[in-house]
Design a protein around this ligand. Sequence first.
Ligand code: NAD
Ligand code: ZN
Length: 341
Amino acid sequence: MKALSKLTAMPGLTMNQVEKPAIGHNDLLIKIKKTAICGTDIHIWKWDEWAQKTIPVPMHVGHEYVGTVVEIGSEVQGFKIGDRVSGEGHITCGHCRNCRAGRRHLCRNTVGVGVNRPGAFAEYLVLPAFNAFPIPDDISDDLAAIFDPFGNAVHTALSFNMVGEDVLITGAGPIGIMAVAIAKHVGARHVVITDVNEYRLDLARKMGATRAVNVLNEDLKDVMSDLKMTEGFDVGLEMSGNPQAFRSMLETMQHGGKVALLGIPPADTAIDWNQVIFKGLEIKGIYGREMFETWYKMVALIQSGLDITPIITHHFHVDEFEQGFEAMLSGQSGKVILSWE
Ligand code: NAD
Ligand code: ZN
């Protein structure tokens, strides 16, 4: 079968032929319809330090997808041939304390599809049936293909009550922009997002941001006084991984505010801990999606009218994958979809 692989320890990915995978008793074989390119795939493409120490070579990658069930392991229940599915990309051990308590997103032995084991940028993917998530008919292939990052946004945004609250989101990457739409949908008052990229700030405006602030030429504190926010943000969602963005968030939080951290900062990032302590901030780290509460919420949010479709800005056939990666690398994109059909 065709697969998009890292064949040698070098930047880029190549399309090549690999063996079609065989399923185990508890697995599904999924024929891939559409995939999306994640920021993680960009790290893998660039072959940065993280990718070099994480990605086995050779291997095909990718973890944002939708496909159709074409083969079912002998022990699997609850799926039938032809079911349309996406899947949770974190494969958990099932026997650690958190897994046994149903807190799968806190498993200490998580293995990533397309990161630690072969991924979805291929004609077929083998996935434990436990990780597969059936997609209702009223949700498009395009949306189902981005459930993984949408789930990051939902998990983060729903971590704290936002009804009637003022929310700051730092980082208008695809996940930050989707978080804007979610925050507005669930009833936040002001949703302010920051970035340094005008293309993405524009997308965030289209998705309903009260203000999309380019921190290169506008001061967040001026925006707050425009909005007559005298005390600070109630909820902060850090979605840039940028240390300066995180520090500005801590400075503009209300006392007793709640902060969820999704963005991955450099390991040696320093902050002013006094902001955390004397303001009594609550800080929560976010990894992946809750299994499978986040997945149910994603479906329910869309079915209750949340529209995240503007985040999908580019479509290519997978044979044009280089153009897809170019679009992502340029920063002038939201989500990029690659069709395998
Ligand atoms: P992305 O890289 O596309 O978006 C990050 C955005 O932050 C970019 O648009 C960038 O311009 C912006 N930015 C840079 N400097 C800034 C500054 N000073 N102030 C404000 N914004 C600034 O990433 P994404 O795919 O949207 O993901 C968001 C973050 O979440 C990334 O750090 C990613 O690594 C991380 N992530 C974490 C998890 C998890 O499970 N914890 C999962 C997925 C992604
Ligand atoms: Zn576990």
